[in-house]
Ligand binder design. Structure first.
Ligand SMILES: [Zn+2]
Length: 606
């Protein structure tokens, strides 16, 4: 049987999609319909049902069917006549729900509709008829009636049905609900660039690109990134595991985010990060954009196909806990930049600068002493995804420390096998296991990573893995990198002076403290997040003046800082820090031994 949906942007001004869902043979006891509480890849309960309005139900003859809400995201229709009177001979019955969805969430996770474009994830708009999880789905995506949108087109990884041109409004299909909600849809007037990776068509749709986008460069650079990932997982065929792939990109003045799907990704980026005609060298922003696209593309293998056992299947009603996000997000974060250096979009020296920044970010924050990577993964739902002023003091990032653990594992494997094996072999091993299991694929068990590393490479890393991920030890990267001809020295900090000298982060415009680091000078003096620093040694500190004032004060000196706490002006004697924050400079040893050079070349090229 097939679940039929329609979706139409009915009112761009009020951000409203109109949606219907129709099934035959509904549960005679009262068919229930459900909307996910979260979207896979973004580990937080978001309660998308809060934007669903005016739900109505009708039977196959168009008669109204009473419907009621039974919990925060489930609706139940009244039992049908057939259900009420069991002895009535069965006759074709169907039920259709119609409702509206308010769509004004400009993120990769929800739905957004206005006069410039429309975007939705199925998890925000399509109610699931419970019991029909594995039925085929068909959705008719209707063009907006608004004449201002007469020239809109759409793009999605969903397959068009016969009679619908790809990229046009019309009917699309998915093999089940899981696939339906794993293929976001973008509609509007977007720039569309195309390239192929070993015969597989790829599209980059960019909404809001503005004029002068260097399409050719963007397509050619992304093609290299994609080919690099495909070659790593499939060194022989080099063919990625989907029939086509789409990057749905929304460029804005300021924003950043990505969400992975099995054959597409939704990206939110800064317009200024995209390449423009005449741009010479790669900008930091462009590197960040390529890293984001690289990250989400890698996920098409790692987390969309290779999955934690805890995600099979997803339970979309509640939190799905796993201690392995450091594997699925951390390894992906390691490979997103590594792919850029492997395909030549980053020079090895630039890659080392990126690594140095990740190392500094992880080592600066005391949260890594209080929470293990396994704990951080498990609690992502209530901690990493719900940051507050204490997060750096209490939480370790499974992205960033996870990436460092991936690096440390990669280096250990390469060193112990004299460069014959690497973390790539672990990824390929996981990938082969996924492909061989087919429908029986059970996912990666919570305590299985060390065994997988050993099977794939022969290296026993179990003690290190336990220390780095179940406990709170840091990998000793300085020592490991030395074996790869990379020198690690203390480096100049890139952070503004107040960060080092006061041990806090301050909004320079208004002097307000965003967070105070554990044991830092500000916290020791009694300053806390939310306080607004107004003067240092009697001089006004707002209007971006704080750093200039602090830069002149010798380390170790105690100065008086005036700050408002709520509406009360308080005085704090603060001893300016003598220790700069942790930062690193990573550099290539220009004259490594031949064996070290071989190891290094195997890792990041020459
Ligand atoms: Zn990710």
């Amino acid at each position: 049987m097939t679940t039929h949906y329609t979706i139409r942007p009915v009112d761009l001004g009020s951000h409203t999609f109109h949606v219907t869902v129709q099934i035959d043979d509904p549960d005679p006891q009262g068919q229930r319909f459900f909307l996910p509480a979260w979207i896979p890849g973004s580990y937080m309960i978001r309660d998308f049902a809060r934007h669903v309005l005016r739900v109505r139900a009708r039977d196959g003859r168009g008669r109204p069917v009473p419907i009621e809400k039974v919990d925060k995201h489930t609706w139940r229709c009244a039992p049908t006549a057939a259900g009420a009177r069991r002895r009535t001979p069965a006759r074709p019955a169907s039920i259709t729900l119609a409702y509206e969805v308010y769509a004004h969430d400009l993120s990769v996770r929800g739905a957004h509709l206005d006069t410039t474009h429309g975007f939705f994830n199925g998890s925000s708009v399509f109610l699931l008829p419970l019991g029909r999880e594995w039925d085929a789905c068909e959705v008719e995506i209707l063009a907006p009636e608004d004449s201002a949108a007469h020239d809109w087109r759409l793009t999605t990884a969903l397959e068009p049905c016969a009679g619908t041109a790809r990229g046009g409004f019309g009917r699309y299909r998915a093999q089940d609900y899981d696939e339906l909600i794993d293929a976001p849809v973008e509609m509007g007037r977007f720039a569309s660039l195309r390239f192929e990776v070993h015969g597989v068509p790829h599209e980059i749709a960019v909404t809001g690109a503005g004029p002068h986008l260097d399409s050719a460069r963007l397509a050619s650079d992304l093609a290299q990134v994609c080919a690099t990932h495909a070659r790593m997982f499939e060194p022989r065929s080099r063919v990625p595991p989907f029939a086509r792939y789409a990057f749905l990109t929304f460029a804005v003045d300021d924003g950043y985010g990505g969400l992975e799907h099995r054959a597409s990704t939704a990206l939110l980026c800064r317009r200024d990060d995209l390449p423009y005609a005449g741009m010479q060298a790669s900008t930091e922003g462009y590197r960040r954009f390529l890293g984001l696209a690289s990250h989400e593309y890698f996920h098409a293998w790692h987390v969309k196909r290779i999955r934690p056992a805890a995600f099979i299947p997803y339970d979309l009603a509640r939190e799905n806990h796993t201690t392995l996000l450091w594997v699925f997000e951390g390894f992906t974060s390691y490979y997103d930049d590594l792919a850029l250096v492997r395909c030549g979009l980053l020079r090895p020296e630039q890659y080392l600068d990126v690594l140095a920044r990740t190392m500094a970010t992880v080592l600066q924050h005391s949260g890594r002493r209080k929470q293990s990577l396994a704990e951080s993964s498990f609690d992502a739902w209530i901690k990493y995804y719900k940051p507050d002023e204490n997060t750096p003091n209490a939480v370790v990032s499974y992205y960033q420390k996870g990436a460092l653990v991936a690096l440390a594992l990669d280096l250990s494997i390469r060193r112990e096998t004299a460069g014959r094996r690497s973390l790539d072999d672990v990824m390929r091993h996981l990938w082969r296991r996924y492909k061989q299991a087919g429908a029986d694929y059970a996912g990666v068990a919570e305590d299985e990573i060390a065994a997988i590393v050993q099977e794939a490479t022969g290296v026993d890393a179990s003690r290190s893995i336990t220390a780095w991920t179940r406990e709170t030890a840091d990998p000793d990267l300085a020592e490991q990198l030395l074996d790869f001809g990379v020198r690690v020295e203390a480096g100049p900090t890139l952070d503004p002076p107040h960060f080092a000298r006061l041990g806090c982060r301050v909004d320079p415009a208004d002097g307000r403290i965003r967070l105070a680091f554990d044991g830092g000078p500000a916290q020791r003096a009694g300053l806390s997040a939310g306080d607004q620093i107004v003067a240092v040694e009697g001089w006004r500190a707002g209007n971006n003046r704080l750093d200039a004032l602090l830069a002149r004060i010798p380390p170790g000196r105690t100065v008086e800082i005036l700050a408002f706490r709520r509406d009360e002006l308080l005085r704090f004697p603060v001893r300016i820090a003598t220790q700069p924050p942790v930062s690193w400079k990573l550099s290539l040893d220009p004259r490594p031994t031949s064996s070290i050079r071989r190891l290094r070349t195997g890792w990041i090229g020459s």
